[in-house]
Structure formats: structure tokens, C-alpha cells
Design a protein around this ligand. Structure first.
Ligand code: GLC
Length: 745
């Protein structure tokens, strides 16, 4: 290990260049962040990014080891050995590895040795990666890291960034399908963010091997780091959004209820599902087509025997304001005469081995090849192919298996069920771009849909992604299980995804693999009413778990939870519009709104849904009561009207009909009637206000699709004066603490 050192520091064109015997570094005030890019090869000075969209640079100043620029805390540097500190985070050393140790990613040095750095590696060229050391503070907590199993605080574990088909994952499985190398660190000094913008297989050891240090490792030739100021977690989110961009505003229908199952094998079956949902008074916004819609698992085909007239089904659903979404996997069946394969082959679109041959393997189709979505012309071609689905009435696209997953490879081992690290994407190896494969596929899909139907807002769901995936797709947490542990774990998973830029995500409601029971589906649907993405989905071999599958008394209660989501839709849509401007997640950990509250940082199984609602799901079978934490201020039990005063722990009853839900003092929440509406001009429109004092709410109204600007309205309620001021036609009500409803007009 070689401690990186520099000998000279020079400010040129408003940025700082550090030069040393082996490495060079560029320090930039980029958007709200500091960027530190360390490299060895001259061509890496202009390294690009799949994540960062911010290109605005503020001029910086450098004097006596301190780099400063407007609107951010300074960066303190020493050159020899290179170390730096920012906003309470101290990085005592950066170490480079010799070349040729790429495969050795299982903890490549003794962490305790770092306090007295080992001598430079003799006789071997450097360039085999970096390890950045971060000094620990006992009280520091870590959040973010994208999609991870476990609780809310991520400290004390080691995380790998390597998108994996993590079928049937368990509470300790790592990695999963996504890679967001972003950390939110919170300690006595406040909150700060860190992005290691490297697409290689990274490892973050967060005070696991040595409680005194964390270390961030990349096997690539550069170290591309961004440091984001807070000082609150919410400000870190805002700054992260400036760096990597917000998600686009989704169409209204995407925020409704989605019904899916791996195994819906015919148009008649989908029609029956729609009929059952309707018969039980269950509103829905989309039915999903999994892989059985294809002919022989060939993407962009339809089995015409089983799906004779998909367009007619789409029209029937359209009349109810519901849509069809179809799965599109990246693996293309290698079959002479199949136009998608022939076209891709002629274009040279498929990933090749170092020998220049297409890499062939197996997924659902076999044999299969994989398009190289890192290339512009391949993305454009793939995007155009979606005309097929649009012409058949499909409105949204579901990207799966895009880690990419490979069940087997022809002539090669596939121990990691993905492509070989040496496969070529143009001039880059798969090892370098593996983690952005899914992101580039979803980008192709998103841009394709936008080009084909520019008047509509694209809807794409993806399993794999990298930092910035929110610009192209929503995310779901892959193949979970029908178990209470998975229901519970979905909360911290989605909260940390929200902090990592992914405002729109959800877990399969009811669980994907194994068998659900009715109580699990009920409790999960009650929780799922607050997932940004609300979809019930299950594996082919598992018991049916549609809302009507279990009969009464379950169906009625599950239906009520879905209807509640539709009642809440004006609020959900208003939060979605905020996310599209600021990146603010819809599901927020308690500390996001209450950063001064120490207890809020460890509460993993509750969350705030926007600023106004606190949700505490029931996470165990047979549970009739729930203990929960209320931060400071007053809170009203949504269903019973009771008022509580925080901060403190309370226990409330949670009968099968109710998920513990609280309205925060000073807030008013827009609501409507429970139906799948065509536009987001919600009629009727009500505000439910806190029953005492003054409350404020907001609602965003627009056409629900397309690009015409909408309007954000304010609603003000004064209970003492019985006064309400809000958008035209809207009304307001309160529920008294005894449970009576009073209208204020
Ligand atoms: C994968 C997906 C799952 C899907 C199945 C069949 O397991 O994660 O959601 O249903 O493939 O396409």
C-alpha cells in the first residue's frame, strides 16, 4: 500500500491542482459540493460520470492548507501524506494499491496498519485501486448506501457495491440489486454527505473491521469523491439532489395501486383479475404483464394465442383510468430470424468478449445475448423498439434482470450469475460498468418512451441501478419473501433509498416468494398505502395473494387500505411534485424533520410520510397493540381522534382495520374520493386539518400527465375562527378528539 502524497498545490482557473510523484488531484467547488478527483493517467483528468449532472463551478481559494469557496464549509488539506477534513469528517489517509490485485476484494489490507502507513509497494506499478480512510467518531451514524438489508443506521457492517440478482435475499444479504455509493454521516458536528462516484466494485467498511476507522475501497484507476454539506440531513438531501438531479414528475396513475403476479399467462386471466378487483370495489391503476406475455421469452414479442388483442384490454382498462405495464428484460434471445437479435447483431450492439465474439449465456431465453447500453447508438435503437409495446396499448415498462443477471454463460463459469469482468463494452470492461448496466438500460427505455410519446410522462420501473437512477426509473426492492421480517425490513430499506436519491420506490406487497397469509397481506397493504410505489406482486409458485384471494373478512379490509391510498392521492401527488423539484423523499425517517431529536435516529420501523403524517406499521402477526415514538409537538390519532403530546413513547391499539397513523399539529392534508381519477384536478377536494389552532396544507393540481405546468395551492385552516382559505371548490374538516367530524367552510 502506498500512501498517496503530493508535493505541490496550485490554483488554476478557479480550481486546485495537486501534483506528486505518482498521482495528480483536481479539487473543484462543484455545485454545492467539493469534488476531489485523484488519478494517475492523464486521460482520467476529464473523467465523466453516470451520476452527476451538476457542472457549475464556483471559483475556489487556497491558502495555508485551507480550500474555500462560497456557500460551503472549507476543505482542509495536507499534501504529504495526503489527508483532508470537511465538516467534521476527517480522512487521515488515501492509499493506492499496486496493479493486478483487482480480484482481491476481500479486505485487502490490515486496517490497524493504517495508523502507521506501510511502505510503498516495491517494484509494482500503482493503479490497482484506492482505499480512503475515514476516522470514526463513536457517536457518528451512517445512513444512505441505497438499497440495503438491515436497520436504519448502517454503521458496523461492510457493504459491497456490485449489482446482484439477489433472489430470495435474507436480512443480512449484501449486496442487493442497486449501487448508490452515497453516505449520509450524522454526528455532533451535524450532517454531511459523501459520494464516491466510482462504478467499479466498491467496498465500504463502516467501522466493522476496526471501530476507529471506516474505509472506502475502489479497484479502479481513479478516486472520484464528492463531499456534500448539511448541516441538517434534509439539507444534505437537497445538495445531493443538486448534484445528481431529481426524479421527473410521474404520471398520476403510477401513484395508484398496481396489481401484478409472475404467472398471469393470458389476456383472459388479466381480464378476470380486473373483473375481480372491480367486483370488490377495489380501485386500481395498472395491471402488469410479466414474462409470460412473450413468445418464447423474446423481448418485444407477444404470444398471440394467449394475448389475442392486448390493445382491446388496454382500451377497456383505459375507460377505468387504468393502464398496462409490460416487463422488458435486457437479455435478447439469440435466434436467427428474430428481428431484435438480427438488428442488434447487425448494429454490433451486443456485449463482446475480448476475442470479439458476442458473449452468450442463459436467462429466461436461451441462448441469450446482452445489448451494451453504455453506447448511445445502442440506447437509441433499444428505445425505438418500445414502439411495439406502445402500439399494443402498453403505457409503462418494467426493467428486470438488469444487474445484469445471467443464469449461465456459454463456455465460462458464471459463479456470480452475471457477465465476466473482462467482457467488453466498447473500450470499457464489464468490471468498470457492471454497476451502471441497469441504469443505462432504464435510460434507454425512458428516453425511448419520451421520444415515442412526447406528450406523456414516461413510467419505467427498474430492479438495478446506480446513483442517479431516479432520473430514469422507479425502483422496487426485488425478490423479497412473504414474511413479517420482510414487511418490517422494507421500511428502513425504502427510507435509506429515499435518502440516496430514490424518492420513488416500493417493495412487493405481500412478498414475492413463499406463501402469504391473509393477515400478512392486509398489514402489508396498509403499510404499502404509504409506499411511493404500491404494487402487490408474487412469484409463480406462491399462493395467490391478490386483495380478493382470501375472501372475507380479509378482502373488505384489504380493499379499505387500497381505497385509503386513493383518498390520500392529492397528498401523495403533492409530495411527488415536491420530490420532482427538490428530491425530498416521500417516506422520511423521523430525524429528517426532527434532526435535533436523538431518539429519532434509531427509530427504524416508523416514518413520516411527507411532513404531516407519521406511520407506525404493524409488523408482527396477531399484534393488537403497537408501541411507537412521537417526536416533539402534538399528534392526532388519525382513526380515533385522540391527541398525544410528544416527545415520547406511547402504546396504541391497532385493530385489524387500522395502521397506527398520526396527523402532525399545524398540518392539513388534502384528500379526495377513493377512485382512479383521470386527472389530478381532484374533485372533490378536502383538507383534513389538525383539530386545534392553525394548520397549513398544500396541494398540487394538474392534468396528471403531460407537461403543462400545474399549480400549487395553499390551504389555511383556523379552527378557533372556523375559517378556511384554500383552492376554489375545496372544503376543510377536522375530526374532534372524541371522533366527531366538523366541517369548516
Ligand atoms: C424476477 C423478478 C420478479 C419477476 C420474475 C419473472 O425474479 O424480480 O419480479 O416476477 O423475475 O419475470
Amino acid at each position: 500500500m502506498y500512501p498517496v502524497r503530493f508535493e505541490e498545490a496550485r490554483v488554476t482557473d478557479g480550481e486546485l491542482w495537486l501534483t506528486g510523484p505518482v498521482f495528480t488531484a483536481r479539487v473543484q467547488a462543484r455545485g454545492p459540493a467539493w469534488r476531489v478527483l485523484v488519478f494517475q493517467r492523464p486521460e482520467d483528468a476529464e473523467k465523466g460520470s453516470f451520476a452527476v449532472v451538476e457542472n457549475e463551478r464556483a471559483p475556489l481559494h487556497y491558502a495555508e492548507g485551507r480550500v474555500s469557496a462560497s456557500d460551503r464549509p472549507p476543505l482542509d488539506l495536507t499534501l504529504e501524506p495526503f489527508s483532508f477534513a470537511f465538516a467534521g469528517l476527517r480522512f487521515p489517509g488515501l492509499y493506492a494499491r499496486p496493479l493486478g490485485t483487482w480480484a482481491d476484494h476481500a479486505g485487502f489490507f490490515d486496517p490497524t496498519g493504517l495508523l502507521s502507513p506501510p511502505p510503498p509497494a516495491e517494484g509494482r506499478p500503482l493503479g490497482g485501486g484506492f482505499a480512503l480512510v475515514l476516522e470514526e467518531a463513536p457517536e457518528r451514524r451512517y445512513f444512505g448506501l441505497g438499497e440495503r438489508t438491515g436497520f436504519l443506521d448502517k454503521k458496523g457492517r461492510r457493504y459491497t457495491f456490485w449489482n446482484a440478482d439477489a433472489f430470495d435475499y435474507e436480512p443480512h444479504t449484501d449486496p442487493l440489486y442497486q449501487s448508490q455509493p452515497f453516505l449520509l454521516a450524522v454526528d455532533g458536528a451535524g450532517a454531511a454527505g459523501l459520494v464516491l462516484d466510482e462504478t467499479w466494485r466498491l467496498v465500504f467498511d463502516l467501522a466493522k473491521a476496526d471501530p476507529r476507522l471506516s474505509r472506502l475501497e475502489t479497484p479502479g484507476p481513479t478516486l472520484d469523491l464528492y463531499l456534500l454539506p448539511g448541516p441538517t440531513p434534509a439539507e444534505v438531501t437537497e445538495n445531493l439532489t443538486r448534484l445528481i438531479g431529481p426524479p421527473p414528475l410521474p404520471p398520476l396513475w403510477a401513484l395508484g395501486y398496481h396489481q401484478c403476479r409472475y404467472g398471469y399467462a393470458s389476456q383472459a386471466e388479466l381480464e378476470a383479475v380486473a373483473g375481480e378487483l372491480e367486483a370488490h370495489g377495489i380501485p386500481f391503476s395498472a395491471l402488469w404483464l410479466d414474462i409470460d406475455h412473450m413468445e418464447g421469452y423474446k423481448v418485444f414479442t407477444l404470444d398471440r394465442h394467449r394475448f389475442p388483442d392486448l390493445k382491446r384490454l388496454a382500451q377497456r382498462l383505459e375507460a377505468k383510468n387504468a393502464k398496462l405495464v409490460a416487463i422488458v428484460d435486457p437479455c435478447v434471445k439469440k435466434e436467427p430470424g428474430y428481428p431484435v437479435y438480427e438488428e442488434g447483431h447487425a448494429l454490433g450492439a451486443f456485449i463482446k468478449s475480448a476475442r470479439g465474439e458476442e458473449v452468450v449465456g442463459e436467462v429466461w431465453p436461451k441462448p441469450a445475448v446482452w445489448p451494451d447500453f453504455t453506447r448511445d447508438e445502442v440506447r437509441r435503437w433499444w428505445g425505438r423498439l418500445h414502439r411495439f409495446y406502445l402500439e399494443n396499448g402498453v403505457a409503462g415498462i418494467w426493467n428486470d434482470m438488469n444487474e445484469p443477471s445471467a443464469f449461465a454463460l456459454e463456455g465460462l463459469d458464471a459463479p456470480e450469475r452475471t457477465l465476466p469482468p473482462g467482457a467488453l463494452h466498447g473500450g470499457r470492461t464489464h468490471a468498470e460498468v457492471h454497476n451502471v448496466y441497469g441504469q443505462c438500460m432504464s435510460r434507454a427505455t425512458f428516453e425511448g418512451l419520451l421520444a415515442l410519446a412526447p406528450e406523456r410522462r414516461p413510467f419505467v420501473l427498474t430492479r438495478a441501478g446506480y446513483l442517479g437512477i431516479q432520473r430514469y426509473a422507479w425502483v422496487w426492492t426485488g425478490d423479497n419473501k412473504s414474511s413479517w421480517v420482510h414487511l418490517e425490513m422494507s421500511v428502513p430499506m425504502l427510507l435509506n433509498m429515499g435518502l440516496s436519491g430514490i424518492a420513488f420506490a416500493g417493495a412487493d406487497i405481500g412478498g414475492f416468494s413463499e406463501d402469504a397469509d391473509p393477515e400478512l397481506v392486509l398489514r402489508w397493504t396498509q403499510l404499502g398505502a404509504f409506499y411511493p410505489f404500491m404494487r402487490n406482486h408474487a412469484a409463480k409458485t406462491s399462493r395467490r395473494q391478490e386483495p380478493y384471494a382470501f375472501g372475507e373478512p380479509w378482502t373488505g379490509k384489504i380493499a379499505e387500505a387500497i381505497r385509503f391510498r386513493y383518498r390520500l392521492l392529492p397528498y401523495v401527488y403533492t409530495l411527488a411534485e415536491e420530490a420532482a423539484r427538490t428530491g425530498a423523499p416521500l417516506m422520511r425517517p423521523l430525524f429528517w424533520h426532527f434532526p435535533e431529536d436523538e431518539t429519532a435516529y434509531s427509530v427504524f420501523d416508523q416514518f413520516l410520510f411527507g411532513p404531516a403524517l407519521l406511520v407506525a406499521p404493524v409488523t408482527r402477526p396477531g399484534q393488537t397493540h403497537r408501541s411507537l415514538y412521537l417526536p416533539r409537538g402534538r399528534w392526532q390519532h388519525w382513526w380515533r381522534g385522540t391527541l398525544y403530546e410528544g416527545p415520547g413513547w406511547i402504546t396504541v391499539e391497532a385493530s385489524l382495520e387500522e395502521i397506527p397513523l398520526f396527523l402532525r399539529e399545524g398540518h392539513a392534508v388534502p384528500l379526495t374520493e377513493p377512485r382512479a381519477a383521470k386527472t389530478a384536478f381532484f374533485e372533490p377536494l378536502y383538507f383534513r386539518a389538525f383539530p386545534e389552532g392553525q394548520s397549513r396544507g398544500e396541494v398540487y393540481l394538474d392534468a396528471g400527465d403531460g407537461h403543462d405546468p400545474g399549480t400549487r395551492y395553499e390551504a389555511l385552516v383556523n379552527v378557533e375562527r372556523r375559517a378556511f382559505k384554500g383552492p376554489r371548490g375545496a372544503r376543510a374538516f377536522i375530526q374532534t378528539k372524541e371522533g366527531n367530524v366538523i366541517w369548516l367552510d
